[in-house]
Design a protein around this ligand. Structure first.
Ligand code: ZN
Ligand code: ZN
Length: 310
């Protein structure tokens, strides 16, 4: 786990909620967290990242597995990046990965278009031919190998699962016919990543507005699932006096409640881990009753630097 927090990180730069203040004060109930992203590897040599967080520079620095290696003057063990949607906290790190480094990027057609055509600054990763090699992700298709920019196999395969989410907030008011007429099953996806040698699979789903039957089948047949742990209650931001926006309106089913993730995950036998946790979420307080209730439900809480062997 490179980063385990939702957008904004923990603490968030402008947040004075009791938890963000607690981290700044060094309270041992809280661990600082960077914005959500994971790195997957089958061989310890080549890594596949899911999402490129704004904190990616710090995350690469903190994990030796991602440091440059080999005999060329420039290079990276990051073989490919899979993108779940076009939210800022999932794509802004691509700008840090420019520096003429060839990148293999996986996204739905919609997400690629939103990044490349609506955000001119991302042309920084497409200055040279083959600097960014995009592979179109089609939800529901059979598993396909994940390849590096030269076409080399990473030893991992993926399948995308369409999940209810929402368009990024910065595009909701965008006056564009392309945004208005897109295929909605391409807004947000989750990824199932499989090591074909062992058959073991994880599902990474940091944005889940609703637990659909299809998603439930994918979670039920995985060995480990990392799922949306953004807010504990739907009205969490309001309770903390921050905003009137509900968790579900932001594209994230809350943890608690009858449509919450704790209820949905109850029958899932895979190893279950919450990730993409908002700084307001009381499960970040290691001594809170909410944290205890999640643990009692058999669900772990991801932290930066967590290593998971599947
Ligand atoms: Zn996010
Ligand atoms: Zn806060």
């Amino acid at each position: 786990v490179l980063g385990s927090a939702a957008g904004g990180g923990f603490p968030q730069w402008n947040c004075r909620c009791v938890q963000c203040c607690g981290v700044r004060a060094g309270d041992d109930r809280f661990r600082p967290r960077t914005q959500a992203s994971i790195a997957l590897t089958a061989d310890g040599e080549r890594y596949v990242l899911i999402n490129a967080s704004p904190d990616i520079r710090q995350q690469v620095g903190a994990f030796g597995g991602l440091h440059p290696r080999g005999d060329r003057p420039r290079g990276t063990p990051i073989a490919a990046l899979l993108l779940t949607n076009a939210d800022i906290d999932h794509i802004a790190g691509l700008l840090t990965l420019r520096e003429s480094q060839p990148l293999a990027l996986y996204a739905t057609r919609l997400v690629r278009d939103l990044i490349v055509e609506h955000n001119a600054v991302f042309r920084a990763i497409a200055l040279a031919e083959k600097q960014s090699v995009w592979t179109r992700v089609e939800p529901g298709r059979e598993p396909r190998p994940i390849r590096d920019p030269e076409g080399g196999d990473t030893g991992l395969s993926f399948r995308a699962i369409s999940v209810p989410g929402k368009l990024p907030a910065y595009l909701l008011q965008a006056p564009s016919s392309r945004v208005a007429s897109h295929a909605s099953d391409e807004e947000t996806v989750a990824y199932r990543v499989v090591d074909p040698r062992s058959g073991r699979a994880i599902v990474y789903a940091p944005g889940i507005k609703r637990y659909t039957d299809e998603l439930m089948r994918e979670l039920a047949s995985a060995d480990c699932v990392l799922v949306d742990g953004t807010c504990f209650t739907d009205d969490e931001l309001e309770r903390r006096g921050i905003s009137g926006k509900t968790s579900s309106a932001m594209g994230h089913a809350p943890i608690s409640g009858k449509d919450g993730s704790m209820e949905a995950l109850a029958g899932i036998s895979a190893r279950k881990i919450y990730i993409h946790i908002n700084n307001t979420n009381p499960i970040l307080d290691e001594r809170s009753t909410e944290r205890e209730s999640v643990q009692r439900a058999g669900i772990e809480v991801a932290f930066d630097g967590m290593e998971i062997h599947v």
